[in-house]
Design a protein around this ligand. Sequence first.
Ligand code: NI
Length: 168
Amino acid sequence: MAILQILEFPDPRLRKIAAPVTVFDDKLEVLIDDMLETMYEAKGIGLAATQVNVHKRLLVIDVSEEKDSPQVFINPNFEVIEDELSEYDEGCLSVPGFYETVSRPKGIQVTAQDKKGDTFKIEAQGILATCIQHEIDHLEGKLFVDYLSALKRNRIRGKLEKEHKKSA
Ligand code: NI
């Protein structure tokens, strides 16, 4: 397994729209394992392929306390089943060090494929529903900072650009 490099805002590659996964082979399984390892190492609860510069519709998530319940969603779509909004202080491995409140629908039904290509459906509430919506946004080139005011977003961009210059 390998730790992959995570792209950081405002890297323009985070704005690419991901293409559907069509081949379910060993290479895909290696990518899934590497993404899980990368997510656990970075202490994240979700990671989209876009964030590791692979522009395919694939997410890994683990919202469990013990970090022992990995979930993989390939070509995911969701429908809102509870449109009441819930608020979370969201963070993102591509926007390190920043947490801001975002409102999203509370309950969703997700349809996706597993690593073998079999389709499954789950219902998600709470933090899992938020996390899945956040990760699916990545596949559309969208980041949680897009939900914030331009003022806040630009302030975060400025701070991260400064960090990137320092470490370049
Ligand atoms: Ni994220």
